[in-house]
Write a new protein. Structure first.
Length: 131
């Protein structure tokens, strides 16, 4: 039996009208460091290691719509970000340039839009919850 090749997730990539601008938002929000900085590509790395986030400039970028709507650019993914204080984390994200989404589907999660319009969720892990 042939051994399958090893796969390691290196990063998730978000398109944006300006990679550096969006990377700066997430760098400040997450407290991560810049691992690579090229004219149209930036990669952030978490201090504890593991998969990072990359950002690429996409001239034809169209802001996703949240919640989704027929005929509008659909959200292709979103980031779930665990925090220890939901209210303070929302305030910090807004100060950095995020916008709270009008539609909030859960009481214990806050959906925000980053400066490029990508939805992301802030949540506090429930006691005893692993995922």
């Amino acid at each position: 039996m042939e051994t399958p090749p090893r796969f390691t997730l290196s990063a998730s990539v978000l398109d944006a009208p300006d990679a550096r601008e969006l990377a700066a938002f997430y760098r400040d929000l997450l407290g991560w460091t810049v691992r690579a900085d090229e004219p149209d590509w930036v990669t952030l790395a978490p201090p504890e290691g593991g998969a990072g986030l990359s950002f690429q400039t996409e001239p034809g970028f169209v802001r996703p719509r949240w919640p989704s709507a027929p005929g509008a650019q659909q959200m292709m993914l979103h980031l779930d970000i665990e925090v220890d204080d939901l209210s303070a984390a929302v305030d910090r994200a807004v100060t950095l340039g995020a916008t709270p989404a009008e539609f909030q589907p859960q009481d214990d999660v806050r959906v925000l839009l980053d400066p490029a319009g990508h939805p992301f969720c802030l949540f506090v892990r429930a006691a005893g919850s692993e995922d």
